[in-house]
Design a protein. Structure first.
Length: 347
């Protein structure tokens, strides 16, 4: 296939690009290269046959039309989005413009291209979203594909809106779509503003390891390369109009996660004295911080035969190894806007 992938210079998008190119697909990578975009994420596919990069913002409809006309993709994987909850608290407008208006532009550009091409069989618009659209859980229960939407942050609300647009374009215009909602991703090339890279890099720098509130918030952790594999499977075998929840089946509290990372670092890069866990510090909680996320992966497991291959313990060890071995990659990002600064306190 020739796949148009938006946001392909980001964390999850670049994992999808690398895997898709590795499996022999032609890939057009469309990315605006905002603060979190990093072309170094794509070094393994640079110069690969069938790979092309387009620096385009999904808010620019004219440029989207040009990309569709020039590259004529068979399918679309839409990952481009603003994704950091703390940044959405401080600057919600950017999330509305990119995640809602940008998705609208993508849908309209895709629809115009699809109609103009005679509605080719096999065309598909795959929209990649988050489990945060469902809101928060208590101590029990899991999110399924029929869980009502109840987003609690500007980020999750903007992603929920984009999900609704995709469904509406399918029902109203017949655009062939499939949707996926994933749990928290982690792994190589994770931009250093999210919890796991922050902990790794702060630990190595001798800084405090900040944990929001009391650290009891629970997330389901999905290794990014497992996620990329699931996304390509849904693209190839998912049922049109269907949504699929993709989870790692690895629930863990933030405090336990950080302690696990500290233990891994103690083994792989021991300090002269004490443990990295001594650097743990509890900080003021994020406004509207969801208590727990958990994915019910029954549908994707039973319909498509997919399950994650990496446990959270294995994935965290692999992630720590990657950061220890790729100092040049993350050091180059530390001066980007907002990195190393506590965000999300505007309310």
């Amino acid at each position: 296939m020739k796949i148009l992938i938006t946001g392909g210079a980001g964390f999850i998008g670049s994992a999808v690009v690398r895997l898709a190119v590795g499996r022999g697909h032609d890939v057009v990578n469309l990315d605006a290269l905002t603060y979190a975009g990093c072309l170094e994420n794509l070094a393994p596919v640079k110069g690969a046959p069938g790979y092309a990069f387009e620096k385009v913002d999904i808010r620019d409809r004219a440029e989207l039309d040009r990309v569709f006309a020039e590259h004529r993709p068979d399918v679309v994987m839409h990952l481009a989005a603003e994704s950091h909850v703390d940044r959405s608290i401080d600057s919600p407008g950017t999330f509305i413009e990119t995640n809602i208006n940008g998705t609208y532009n993508m849908l309209e550009a895709a629809r115009a291209y699809w109609v103009g091409a005679g509605r080719p069989e096999g065309f598909l618009f795959h929209h990649i979203s988050t489990d945060e659209v469902y809101g928060t859980l208590g101590a029990t229960g899991r999110f399924s594909e029929i869980t009502p939407y109840a987003p609690n942050s500007p980020y999750s609300a903007s992603k929920a809106a984009s999900d609704h647009l995709v469904r509406a374009w399918h029902e109203t215009y017949g655009l062939p779509v499939v949707l996926t909602n994933c749990s928290n991703n982690y792994g190589p090339y994770h931009f250093p503003e999210k919890l796991i890279p922050v902990v790794i890099l702060n630990a190595l720098a001798g800084k405090q390891l900040p944990i929001y509130g009391d650290g009891s918030n629970v997330r389901d952790w999905l290794y990014v390369e497992d996620h990329a594999d699931a996304l390509l499977l849904v693209l190839e075998k998912g049922k049109i109009g269907r949504s699929y929840n993709i989870g790692g089946e690895n629930e863990c509290s933030n405090l336990d996660l950080v302690k696990t990372l500290c233990a891994i670092l103690d083994e792989k890069r021991p300090k002269n004295d004490g443990s990295y866990a001594d650097q743990i510090s509890f900080v003021t909680d994020r406004p509207g911080h969801d208590a727990r996320y958990a994915i019910d992966p029954t549908r994707i497991r039973e319909e498509l035969g997919w399950r994650p291959s990496v446990t959270v313990e294995e994935g965290l060890a692999k992630t720590v190894d990657w950061y220890l071995d790729n100092t040049d990659w993350w050091q180059a990002l530390l001066d980007r806007a907002g990195v190393g600064t506590r965000l999300g306190k505007a309310s």
